[in-house]
Design a protein around this ligand. Structure first.
Ligand code: NAD
Length: 333
């Protein structure tokens, strides 16, 4: 039997992991708390600790896990900013992730947000349910013929760019490691960040969160953009300096924002806080703008993505327990 403890479990995690692990020899312990130094002790006796985006696997936490005998940290996500990889290596912990569970899920959500924001679908839907059939204030614009800027042309950024090309948009892209063949095949133009910022009507972020990309959207970069620009962020919250974003929304420099991620989302996103007091004043302010649309880190949430996350997590948990090779491209240590 392989003992695997799952932190920050939601019903859909439980369902997909159980489905993918029939006859696998894995015994799951599904826990609701997020992983932190304080909760790490719950992993006592486990071979694998399975974690998600808002768990905090920093050095002190990993030291507790290693001392308890945990051998494997399985991230059930692509981004790995939640874990201190240097500490994990030093502690001989194997760390795996699910690099590409469904880039389509995330790209399609980015575009869903863009369409809903531009055509004011949530407001229109609320109105109609209240038998208010007026169209005042619901004017959007055609995407056809506008310019989109894709920052980061990895798996998700590429698909987002392709979908936007399908709308007849001009698509600009920036990536320190460009893919010229893909760009040529899809008539997408690589450019520098300044040109992308100056020329794009819509900018969509698809980079991982690193020291270099932290606050790539901040006061100076916002000032370079076209007045009224629409920003889409389905990647990581801290790519955007929220204070600067709120200022730019107030002046109208930013014409609309769709966020699936937020700088301070930990402890808020994924939770039902209805009926409670929201203590985050910046999130509260963002929620007051009619041209801000927020979802709670749900871009990944499709049946296909959940099944793939579970498949890779189960395979790597078995592999680490039996000293077999990990699935290609999933190892981080
Ligand atoms: P990927 O590794 O395939 O692509 C990332 C791209 O960003 C790479 O091409 C890389 O060269 C580029 N990049 C790195 N630094 C850059 C910079 N400074 N400027 C511009 N580009 C830069 O990753 P992916 O699968 O496309 O995922 C992208 C991000 O999306 C992940 O890191 C994760 O944070 C986020 N994500 C969010 C969700 C969600 O549910 N909201 C789900 C999955 C992934």
């Amino acid at each position: 039997m392989i003992d695997a403890v799952v932190f920050d479990t939601k019903p859909y995690d439980r369902e997909s992991l159980e489905k993918a692990s029939a006859n696998s020899g894995i015994t799951w312990r599904f826990l609701e708390p997020r992983l932190s130094t304080e909760t790490a002790v719950l992993a006592k006796g486990a071979h694998t600790a399975c974690i998600f985006v808002n768990d905090r696997a920093d050095r002190p936490c990993l030291e507790v896990l290693a001392n308890l005998g945990v051998k494997h940290i399985a991230l059930r996500c692509a981004g790995f900013n939640a874990i201190d990889l240097d500490a994990a290596k030093a502690l001989h912990l194997t760390v795996t992730r699910v690099p590409a569970y469904s880039p389509y899920a995330v790209a399609e959500h980015a575009v869903a947000l863009l369409l809903a924001l531009n055509r004011k679908i949530p407001r229109a839907n609320n109105r109609v349910r209240d038998l208010n059939f007026s169209l005042n204030g619901l004017v959007g614009f055609d995407l056809h013929g506008k310019t989109a800027g894709i920052v980061g042309t990895g798996r998700i950024g590429q698909i987002t760019g392709q979908i936007l090309r399908g709308f007849g948009m001009r698509v600009l892209a920036y990536d320190p490691f460009p893919n010229p063949e893909w760009a040529a095949a899809n008539q997408i133009e690589y450019t520098d960040t300044t040109t992308l910022a100056r020329q794009s009507d819509i900018i969509s972020l698809h980079t991982p969160l690193t020291a270099e990309t932290h606050h790539i959207i901040r006061k100076e970069t916002l000032q370079m953009m076209k007045p009224g620009v629409i920003l889409i962020n389905v990647s990581r919250g801290a790519l955007i300096d929220t204070t600067a974003l709120i200022d730019a929304l107030k002046t109208g420099q930013v014409g609309g924002v769709a966020l699936d991620v937020y700088e301070e989302e930990e402890g808020v996103f994924f939770e039902d806080l209805s009926g409670q007091i929201l203590h985050d004043d910046e999130l509260a302010r963002l929620l007051t703008f009619p041209n801000v649309l927020i979802t709670s880190h749900q871009a990944f949430l499709t049946q296909e993505a959940l099944a793939e996350i579970a498949r890779v997590t189960v395979a790597n948990t078995q592999a680490t327990a039996t000293h077999s090779p990990l699935l290609p491209g999933t190892s981080l240590t």
